[in-house]
Ligand binder design. Structure first.
Ligand SMILES: Cc1cc2nc3c(=O)[nH]c(=O)nc-3n(C[C@H](O)[C@H](O)[C@H](O)COP(=O)(O)OP(=O)(O)OC[C@H]3O[C@@H](n4cnc5c(N)ncnc54)[C@H](O)[C@@H]3O)c2cc1C
Length: 471
């Protein structure tokens, strides 16, 4: 398998706005991963693991180096429907996981907004869901994992065993070792449906107040923020607050927990294949088109209502439209997500939204969530909120957009905020130092020296934010 005559393949990020060629290998065992490290040692090349490549930035890119595509290590090794414990290889996707456990009355405790991510990628980024305020990030539900380190050693980590590695590798951007086996605890459910309360929010103050006040009474809270609305409607949108159904509340629970009731339909209006939908979206992915679509969506969201929806439909709304990111055109998109304390979020985001109008670069999709802090080393969480904003990238706006996002960084940092390494593509070493602190970065680098003395693991993201350690 390991031979550099392999095809040198150009990989990109999820938003198709960043690209880098690399030697791509697909290991199927821990031994093959060790061999890749031997090859890197011999050739002087660096290695980056790649799950499903769903990061919005360069986390899974390694220009000129080796990329280990983990997607073939995708077996569910052990599933116990009595205890809800599951052991998986790192290339198992959330899709494969929920489809296995849901019919038995379980659901993954934390999921991303797409089901196509892998568990290895989810641990490395330490993903958060719409229940972050309650359940924390995915790392809090990991019982144990096994990883191969660049030294060739195989380590088993849990909150009790090799705890420093446990808290550093989860959130560690794949820069300390490669996960080979992950054991997690699932969440018991009594219905395939969630009950969702949908309510409009008329401005940013109300939007954030609703997120804050609703969270304690629900299992999930998420907001859609119309980032094209200014004036008195700045920060308006819609909040969805959802709760699990208790035992007995769903008379058809056996049916609703079957896959048929969860799987997203392949046809729109029963006729058009969803795979062509992104072509119809493209003409609206510009300032005027998005303003018109958002205004329509906001008006439609004004009546408060309650409805029941499958877990898959609630969590993976974006997956409804395959390849939706292609509607952003040739330059692709980037996402900017900031995590800001609840005391300062309103002022910071009002300033950012106004700045985006001033620059003529409004975000076409805004999503808000409620968060709480966690104890992982490279944590992005705060006791506050997150706002994710998608931006269209074109040849004409790339520099201007990048400059605006640097200004956003300053606003977020002044507000005591943090960034998420799976999303932002503009974070600089200075920004990372300000929110992580020198001590945390030094602590991470010390652990890295121990796990990876020859600096074999490096991604484009790591080089961009932490600099290369390779001599
Ligand atoms: C539409 C969409 C919605 C999203 N919604 C959310 C959300 O709600 N919440 C959230 O937190 N994130 C969200 N994300 C981000 C996504 O969850 C993360 O980027 C996640 O890391 C992607 O997983 P992946 O398998 O594609 O990993 P990749 O993007 O391929 O890699 C991510 C990182 O994991 C490392 N890695 C991969 N496999 C391994 C392994 N076996 N061992 C060690 N390191 C490894 C890589 O080196 C890289 O640093 C979303 C992304 C998309 C595209």
């Amino acid at each position: 398998m390991l031979n550099l005559d392999e095809k040198f393949i150009t990989l990109d990020n999820f938003g198709h706005s960043m690209r880098a060629p690399a030697y791509v290998f697909k290991p199927t065992t821990a031994e093959e991963i060790s061999k890749a490290f031997e090859l890197a040692n011999k050739t002087g090349l660096t290695i980056t693991a790649r799950g499903a490549g769903r990061s919005y930035n360069d986390a899974a890119l390694n220009g000129g180096g080796i990329v280990l595509d983990m997607s073939t290590m995708n077996h569910i090794v052990k599933w116990d429907p009595q205890t809800g414990r599951v052991t998986v290889e790192p290339g198992v996707t959330l899709e494969k996981l929920w489809q296995r456990v849901e019919p038995d009355g379980w659901w993954p405790p934390v999921v991303s907004g797409t089901m196509y991510t892998t568990l290895g990628g989810c641990l490395s980024a330490n993903i958060h869901g719409k229940n972050n305020f309650k359940e924390g990030p995915i790392g809090e539900h990991v019982i144990e994992f096994t990883a191969v380190l660049p030294t060739g050693a195989e380590v088993v980590c849990s909150p009790q065993k090799n705890a420093d590695l446990f808290y550093a590798m989860i959130s560690g951007l794949g820069m300390l070792g490669i996960f080979t086996s992950i054991t997690l605890e699932m969440k018991r459910i009594y219905s395939g449906l969630l009950e969702v309360d949908a309510r409009p929010s008329y401005n940013l103050h109300e939007h954030l107040t609703d997120l804050l006040d609703l969270a304690p009474n629900y299992d999930y809270v998420v907001g859609w923020l119309d980032a094209t609305a200014g004036g008195r409607g700045l920060g308006r949108g819609q909040i969805h607050a959802a709760r699990y159904l208790n035992e007995g509340e769903d008379p058809n629970s056996q049916k609703t927990m079957q896959l048929k009731s969860q799987v997203l339909p392949a046809l729109i209006f029963g006729v058009f294949p969803k795979s062509i939908l992104h072509y119809f979206m493209s003409p609206f992915v510009n300032n005027l088109g998005t303003w018109a679509v958002n205004t329509g969506k906001y008006i439609a969201s004004l009546p408060r209502h309650t409805f029941r929806e499958s877990h898959a439909a609630f969590h993976f709304l974006l997956d409804y439209i395959p390849n939706w990111e292609l509607s952003y055109g040739r330059g692709g998109l980037i996402e900017y997500q900031s995590f800001v304390p609840k005391e300062t979020a309103e002022a910071a985001w009002a300033e950012m939204l106004r700045l985006s109008f001033k620059r003529g670069l409004p975000s076409y999709l805004g999503v808000t969530k409620r968060h709480r802090p966690d104890q992982f080393l490279l944590t992005h969480a705060v006791d506050g909120f997150s706002l994710a904003m998608d931006f269209k990238v074109t040849n004409g706006n790339r520099t201007k957009l990048s400059q605006m996002l640097q200004e956003f960084d300053r606003i977020v940092l002044d507000a005591g905020g943090r960034f998420y390494f799976a999303k932002n593509s503009e974070t600089t070493p200075e920004s990372a130092q300000r929110f992580l602190g020198e001590e945390t970065i030094a602590g991470f680098k010390n652990i890295k020296k121990r796990c990876d003395p020859n600096n074999l693991l490096e991604s484009d993201l790591y080089q961009r934010v932490f600099g290369t350690d390779k001599t």
